[in-house]
Every structure is written in C-alpha cells, then in structure tokens.
Design a protein around this ligand. Structure first.
Ligand SMILES: Nc1ncnc2c1ncn2[C@@H]1O[C@H](COP(=O)(O)OP(=O)(O)O)[C@@H](O)[C@H]1O
Ligand SMILES: [Mg+2]
Length: 243
C-alpha cells in the first residue's frame, strides 16, 4: 500500500452499558513510531483491535489515507504471545497463511527462514515453540507478525513480561522495522521505552484522546491534567521531579 496517514474519527465502542471508547479522535502520521499510553481500561487495546480490523466500532471510523484500509497489511502482537503447540517455523507459517497465499512452497520456506533470521531465531526453526524463553517467544511472535510484510505493525505492551535484555532486543527490532518504512503503533506503560522509541505520543483516558504531540514534549511537559496524572504515576519520582 502507499503509506498514508491514519485518521481516527469519533470512535465509539460500547460494552456492558459503558463506552470503552467515547469519541476517540486522532490523526496519526504515515511513518515512524506512535506510542499510546494511558491508565488501565482507557481503551488502548480496543483501539489497536479496531485498527487491526478485529473489532468494529459502534460509531466513528478509521481511514487510511482516502481508503478504508482494505489494502493495508496489518499485524498485531500481544503482551503474551499466542503460540501454537508446534515448531517455531510452524508458528511463523501462520503469519503467512493470509498474506502469503500466492507463494509457492520454496518461497514460503524462504520467507519464514528470513523472518526467523531477522529476529535472531534462525537456528531454532525446528524447536518446539514452547521450549523458547519468554523473550524468544516474543521475538517469535514478532517474526510471525513480520513474515507477511505488514504496512502497519500494532504492538500491545509487547515487552510487559520481559527482562531488560529481552526488552532491548525487541526494541531494536521495532526500531529497525520502523526505519525500513513500516508504520508502528506501540502501546506501552514503559515510559523509558516510549522515550527511546516513539516519535509521537498519544495519551488516552476513559476512551478519549486527551493529548497528542511529539513524544519528548508530551513526556516532559504534559499540557492536560489527565496526561500529567498518568505520567506522574508511571515515572520514577526523580525523573518527574527533574522534568
Ligand atoms: N470485547 C469486549 N467485551 C467486553 N468488554 C470489553 C471488550 N473489550 C474491552 N472491554 C472492556 O473495555 C475496557 C477497556 O479495555 P482495553 O482497551 O483493554 O483497555 P486498556 O488496554 O487501555 O487497558 C476494559 O474494562 C475491558 O474489560
Ligand atoms: Mg490493554
């Protein structure tokens, strides 16, 4: 697809008598890494699922440039990698099922090998996925997301369960993917990670966008009370005191 801005207009998503998304509006640049932060229950995961096409909003819309996004290849990575009880390469093959249906057997194998190599699991293809460490499993989930060549990579707290070393490996991969032209939208509570990776930062609160701007500016000088309250709760005290 041609890289186009993502325009989110007035999204409403109701469940159990309440509005999980309550008129969410935001314009997201076509390139780079956009981070989304906000308190638990703010609607971050629902927003990613709507962007992925897994959920339909009750009102509002998402537009990709002038289109509805049918031609936008998307991939979503969750906090806990949902792996099948099979080999590492079989898990990556799942990511090709939709995207790579026109490929021959040899081309598919090549793509799978390239994706595994990319995430540093080139020599683990035949291992059972469950034998991998937590960090390796998340890199496998990333390989499965990348193997189809997504235009839009959606990451929902992808390092929430990982140690600093494994987190750094994921961050490096995400940075490289964005540099190669994939649009990345990252939900994270790790504000250090947001500062390291994000170009822009969108703060959600109770199903609405309360602040959106260059990541460093929002982190250092949030303009709204809601953003300040969230950031203050997440930042180490000293970092906030210095800001
Ligand atoms: N499919 C669904 N059905 C019912 N409730 C949902 C559904 N998806 C999300 N919710 C509820 O919506 C709220 C916000 O969800 P979520 O997007 O997961 O928040 P966040 O990711 O910001 O923590 C939560 O209280 C959750 O229980
Ligand atoms: Mg969530």
């Amino acid at each position: 697809m041609a890289v186009t801005p993502i325009v989110i207009s007035g999204l409403v998503f109701r469940r159990g008598g309440r509005a999980v998304l309550d008129g969410l509006t935001a314009s997201i640049a076509a390139t780079g890494i956009t981070a989304i932060v906000g308190p638990n229950g703010a609607g971050k995961s629902v927003t990613l699922r709507i962007l992925d096409g897994l959920l339909q909003p009750d009102a509002g819309e998402v537009r990709f440039g002038r289109g509805a996004g049918a031609d936008v290849r998307r991939a979503l990575v969750f906090q806990r990698p949902a792996l099948i009880r099979a080999s590492v390469e079989a898990n990556v093959a799942l990511g090709l099922a939709a995207a790579g249906s026109g490929l021959g057997r040899a081309a598919r194998r090549e793509r799978i090998a390239a994706a595994l190599h990319r995430v540093g699991l080139g020599d683990r293809a035949r291992d059972p996925a469950r034998k991998l460490s937590g960090g390796e499993q998340q890199r496998l989930a990333l390989a499965r997301a990348l193997v189809g060549g997504p235009d839009l990579l959606l990451l929902d707290e992808p390092t929430a369960n990982l140690d600093p070393g494994a987190t750094e490996a994921i961050e490096e991969l995400v940075r490289g993917e964005a540099a190669a032209g994939t649009k990345v939208i990252l939900v994270s509570h790790n504000l250090g990670q947001v500062a390291r990776l994000a170009d822009d930062l969108l703060v959600l609160d109770r199903g609405r966008a309360v602040e959106h701007g260059p990541a460093q500016a929002v982190l250092q000088a949030p303009r709204t009370a809601e953003a300040r309250a969230y950031l203050k709760g997440e930042l180490p005290w000293t970092a906030f005191a210095a800001a």
